[in-house]
Design a protein around this ligand. Structure first.
Ligand SMILES: [Zn+2]
Length: 153
């Protein structure tokens, strides 16, 4: 199971297979960040306000010491935060123990959903072979949802 995470580093160019940490993993899989935000109900885990999913970010509690594959509960090493709380949590005023309190207060079902997102390997995307690009573009422009390209669905 764990080797799938190492395979995800191929695009980073670091060649640091087997040592991938949580922040590298989330950079390589931005869709996982959005799914984590949705698992939290699109709410900041600090202030509790709702935000559009694209505004929420994942704050890693200990960026240097969070190897993904050796964590049985990698969701305990992160918080989903809004932009204001993210910049506040980046200051030394918020100590790790205060952040851990928020992790411990997280509802159990949310925690389980986040764990599943983190430990489930991403499926590789295989584009269809026989489609005509002009046809795809035509469908996109006449389908009534051209902003799918901007919002990522
Ligand atoms: Zn917030």
């Amino acid at each position: 199971m764990t080797k799938n995470f190492a395979e995800g580093t191929g695009g980073s160019g670091q060649g640091n297979r087997g040592e991938e940490d949580l922040s590298c993993f989330l950079r390589a899989h931005p869709v996982k960040t959005r799914r984590l935000a949705r698992a939290c109900g699109c709410r900041c885990e600090h202030c509790g306000f709702s935000y559009p999913v694209n505004l929420l970010s994942v704050h890693i509690l200990n960026p240097q010491g969070s190897p993904l594959h050796s964590e049985s509960n990698p969701q305990n090493a992160l918080l989903v935060l809004c932009p204001a709380c993210l910049s506040f949590f980046a200051t030394p005023e918020v100590i790790r123990e205060q952040k851990m309190v928020l992790v411990r207060l997280r509802p159990k079902d949310t925690s389980q959903a986040m764990r599943k997102i983190l430990v489930t390997p991403s499926r590789p995307y295989t584009p269809p072979e026989s489609r005509d690009w002009a046809e795809i573009f035509g469908e996109l422009m006449t389908g009534g949802a051209p902003d799918l390209c901007l919002n990522g669905g």
